[in-house]
Design a protein around this ligand. Sequence first.
Ligand SMILES: Nc1ncnc2c1ncn2[C@@H]1O[C@H](COP(=O)(O)OP(=O)(O)OP(=O)(O)O)[C@@H](O)[C@H]1O
Length: 344
Amino acid sequence: MFGGFTKDLGIDLGTANTLVYVKGRGIIVREPSVVALRTDTKTIEAVGESAKKMIGRTPGNIRAVRPMKDGVIADFDTTATMIRYFIRQAQKQRWLFPRHPNVMVCVPSGITAVEKRAVEDATKQAGAREAYTIEEPFAAAIGADLPVWEPTGSMVVDIGGGTTEVAVISLGGIVTSRSIRIAGDEMDEAIIQYIKRTYNLMIGERTAETLKIEIGSALNTEKADSLEIRGRDLVSGLPKTISVTSVEITESLSDTVSAIVEAVKVTLEKCPPELSADIMDRGIVLTGGGGLLRNLDRLLAKETGMPVMVAENPLDCVAIGTGRALENIHLFKNKSGSGSRYKG
Ligand SMILES: Nc1ncnc2c1ncn2[C@@H]1O[C@H](COP(=O)(O)OP(=O)(O)OP(=O)(O)O)[C@@H](O)[C@H]1O
């Protein structure tokens, strides 16, 4: 039944990271969604990990770009090149891998038909035989082992780099959902602005991300940590080192975190009562890298009155779910709303 799909790929084409999943092998590629372009020759200098290292460190003729922005394609050709690179990376790891595999790509649930079509077209242009799409929270729920095909309500909150997706799923479809373009990147930006305002210090996105991951939190806790960071003093123009506390980072993240909490509350309000009762029993599951923000589960539990837990491998759920959806394409194709198939 699954024969035609055993060598096909599931791609979590994220704003921050791209993961490629192959049945029986699991996740075989995991790299940042970054492309370094030469502006003079218009050629690709590097893709993935090596391109990410270039962010903020490139000479004038090289530009490191993230072709996906807010979870959708900001730069079509560069995205297609990036997908081609990831398909090749997967092919390199597997002998006899088809030159033109079928590819399932996840897309944010809030994107327009035109944006969805752009993802499908870019995937075809990158060499896929057929391109399928699956909505990200649906894939996240499959990857988090939630009973998506059962007549019971499951709620997933997937917090990635560009988008936060909140969805209530039952009987193989999304019953109600909300997608906001506020997630991990917005948290990094809030930290950059806070450090600039408070210390007149300019820091890069990598430093902001480190602060968020190392000492960031959704709630202030008893134990305050601190971290030394370096940036450029906006007054003297010289490099400077300062120490920042977790209390400050928590404060700088409060608006972004509130927007995520609000999205969850609004989705719960729109949820049919029977399904709310199921969610009350089973709890809300957090996936995506942003789900790892310290104490976000505690804050959400406090604000919603529901049990909240972080999925086992939050960064991998969408990729695993995307791949598993390919394995079960017979089920998937029969269900409208959570996926679509495209034949170019
Ligand atoms: N421990 C952590 N605490 C807080 N944030 C984290 C942690 N680990 C990773 N992140 C953040 O998670 C985000 C990346 O998550 P993920 O890989 O799920 O996103 P994505 O799938 O690339 O994005 P999107 O779903 O929006 O397309 C980044 O913003 C990263 O900084």
